[in-house]
Every structure is written in C-alpha cells, then in structure tokens.
Design a protein around this ligand. Structure first.
Ligand code: TRH
Length: 374
C-alpha cells in the first residue's frame, strides 16, 4: 500500500520527529510504500544525517521525502495529514477524482485528556467532495490510537541496560569516562523558559555527584554554557558535585540510548516525551507552551494518569517537579524534596512503561483502522 504523509513544521523538531518516526515504522513493519511530503526538510536533516536539506525529492531508508510544493503525481491509497496540516488543495481535488477514494486520516497531537477517546476515529465529511477525513488521536488508553512504539524498542532498551560494553561504548563515543557508581546521570532537553540555574546550583552543592548531559544546539545548552562560563573549546565543566557535559545533537535513532543511559530525563514536546516513557526512567516533561494555558490542562491530564498508583506524598512531590520544570515553582527545591523518593519513582517508571506496552502501538492501530476504511 502507498501512504502519503503530509507534515508542516510549526517549530522545533517534534512535528518532523513524529512524522519521520511514523514513516519509518510504516515502511519497516507494514511494508508500506511511504512518501513524506514535508515543508522543512532542513529540520528533518537535523534528525537524520542521511537526509539532504537541499534536495526537493530524495529517498532515505526506502522512504521518499518530497519537499512540500512540488508536483505530487498519483494520489496514494492512504493520506495522512499530521497535526491537522491540510494537504495541498490540488492534491485533495485529485483525491476526489480517485476511485476508490483513499483513506484520509488526520493524525492529531498527543494528549492525555479524556475527550480524546470520544473524538478518536470520528469521521468528518468533506463539504464538497465525496471524501471523509477521519480523526486519529494518539493517547494513553484503549479508546485512543495509542503511542508510537516500534517493534524491538523495549528489547533494545533492556539489552542496553544489561550490556556494560554497550554503555561503555556510549561514553567512549562521547569522549567521556563511564560515570562513577554513585554518580547520577541526567539528560536535559527543554524549552528556553526553564530557570535551570537554581537546579545547577542544587546539583553543584549536592552530596551525590551529578552528570548533566546537554545536547548542543539547544536553548538550554546556551544557558548552561553561560552558567558555567564554558570555555569555547571545552565540552564539559565541573561545578562542585556537578559535571555539565555538552554532547552533540544526535540522530533520532541515537536519541534513545541517551535516555536509557540516564537515571533521569528532562524532556519536552511530544516525541521525546513519549520516548522518555519507553525508557522507563523517572522523568519530567516540559510541555510545549500554548496560549491561554491550554498546555497546563494537558499537563495536568497527563499527571493525573501518570501519578495514579503513587503514594500521595511522593505523587505531590513528583507533580511539583513537573510544574517547576514548566516554570511554576523552584526547580532546585522541587528536586531536593524528592531526594528520598528515587527508588520508588524508578519502580513506578518501569511499571508505567510496562502498562503502556501492554496496549497495541499506534502504527498497528492505524493500519487496522485504515484496512477497515479501504
Ligand atoms: O522539538 P520539540 O519541542 O517539538 C515540539 C513538539 O513536537 C510539540 O508537540 C509541537 O507542538 C512543537 O514542537 C511545535 O520536542 P519533541 O516533540 O520532543 O521533538 C524533539 C525531537 O528531537 C524528538 O524526535 C527527539 C529528537 N532529538 C534528536 O533526534 N536528537 C537529540 O539529540 C535530541 C535532544 C532530540
């Protein structure tokens, strides 16, 4: 089957990140013939070094990547608009001419809110054409489309955990020594609005050494460099008990080992947020800021699900860290308040990942749904 995925990058990496992950899994697991029509190829090239930012059409890993705006030729069997991006009008006209009509999907942003389950798979007839778009919502429950999770991901995660040689390779490739047994490793990926300075101060004064891995080229890398007065040619800085290590921005396929090697992951947006949950480590999510505090409702909806099953006192402390990571409250104090909770939270993170893994993944659900439409 031929799938055309349309993606417009609003900003950051996640729009392209989710679309690329979807494309790769459809091709690898469904044997789909996939075309990704994307406006911002340069962003995709940041996520996969095989992509040429200048090419209008290219094949990367058996996926055809087309710059939005070029001639698209024949309409595919399945048309997916990611994040409600609206396929080009002339393409929709061609869809209306096609017989049989293609399956037409709008893949929405991920949310843990309850209304998602009521809107998932709803049809939306086109006002003029004999075409029906169907809404497909990722989510956390059986009434939703589920989460992106490629086959073999969790086995690869566990193999890495159980393989000291793989972990040593990870550190060697970064020209970093393996962390000491008591050293806590943290990955830091968030938006520029986070006040990380008080967190760095708490880690600097910490009884336990902390190694903070910061992907270069991200806003927090600059803040950390300013905080540590990073010398231009240095890749790390020592501040008391804290080691700040600036690491290269990784290909998307290499992002997971960063999450697996860490004891704690600060993440953001949508895709790193999901990947951190699969990594089954304690985490904090910086939700993409939206107008009118809509993001705050989404954050609370996730926390309500994520914190269920944790004892109230620790649940409150985890909640406070999430809020502080989203700019509400003192990040350093919230971190310190959890000092006795790490083993319990680590167990909870593993149970959470296991619960999510019991549900079918998004691509399996999407492929089943599309089969019924065609
Ligand atoms: O970059 P983001 O902030 O993207 C956001 C979200 O997609 C959000 O839903 C959307 O509304 C907004 O953009 C416009 O965060 P996200 O979703 O985590 O995407 C980051 C991608 O970058 C993800 O696929 C992981 C990848 N990544 C790497 O490939 N290498 C790296 O080194 C790092 C740090 C991230």
């Amino acid at each position: 089957m031929r799938w055309d995925l349309f993606c417009r990058v609003i900003d950051n990496f996640g729009d392209a990140g989710v679309a690329w992950r979807l494309a790769r899994q459809l091709q690898a697991e469904q044997g789909a013939d996939v075309r990704l029509i994307l406006d911002d190829i340069a962003t995709l090239a940041r996520l996969d070094h095989r992509v040429s930012p200048d090419a209008d059409v290219q094949t990367v890993g058996d996926i055809t990547v087309v710059r939005w705006g070029g001639a698209l030729g024949a309409v595919a069997d399945v048309v997916v608009e990611t994040f409600a991006c609206e396929a080009p009008a002339e393409y929709v006209e061609a869809m209306a001419e096609r017989s049989p009509a293609p399956a037409w999907i709008n893949l929405e942003y991920l949310s843990a809110e309850d209304w998602v389950g009521r809107c998932h798979r709803l049809p939306s007839p086109h006002p003029r054409h004999a075409l029906t778009r169907h809404f497909f919502f990722p989510g956390f429950g059986p009434e939703t489309g589920g989460l992106l999770r490629e086959q073999g991901l969790l086995a690869a995660r566990d193999a890495f955990r159980d393989d000291p040689a793989a972990r040593n390779r990870f550190w060697r490739e970064l020209s970093l020594s393996a962390p000491a047994a008591e050293e806590r490793v943290v990955s830091l990926f968030g938006y520029d609005t986070v006040q990380v300075h008080d967190l760095f101060d708490v880690w600097t004064a910490s009884a336990q050494p902390v190694r903070c891995l910061i992907p270069d080229g991200t806003p927090l890398a600059l803040r950390a460099a300013h905080h540590a007065r990073r010398a231009s040619d240095s890749h790390s800085a020592m501040l008391g008990s804290l080691t700040l290590a600036w690491i290269p921005f990784r290909d998307q396929v290499d992002y997971d080992p960063l999450l697996w090697v860490a004891d704690f992951n600060f993440v953001r947006g949508e895709d790193s947020f999901v990947r951190a949950q699969w990594a089954a480590k304690p985490m904090a999510w910086h939700i993409y800021p939206q107008s009118g505090d809509a993001h705050r409702i989404k954050l609370e909806a996730f926390l309500e699900k994520y914190l269920a099953g944790l004892e109230p006192p620790i649940a409150q402390r985890v909640h406070d860290l999430f809020l502080a990571w989203n700019g509400e409250g003192h990040l350093g104090e919230a971190w310190n308040a959890l000092s006795g909770d790490w083993p319990l939270w680590a167990t909870h993170a593993r149970l959470w990942a296991g619960r999510l893994a019991a549900a079918p993944d998004l691509v399996s659900n999407l492929a089943d749904f599309v089969q019924k439409l065609l």
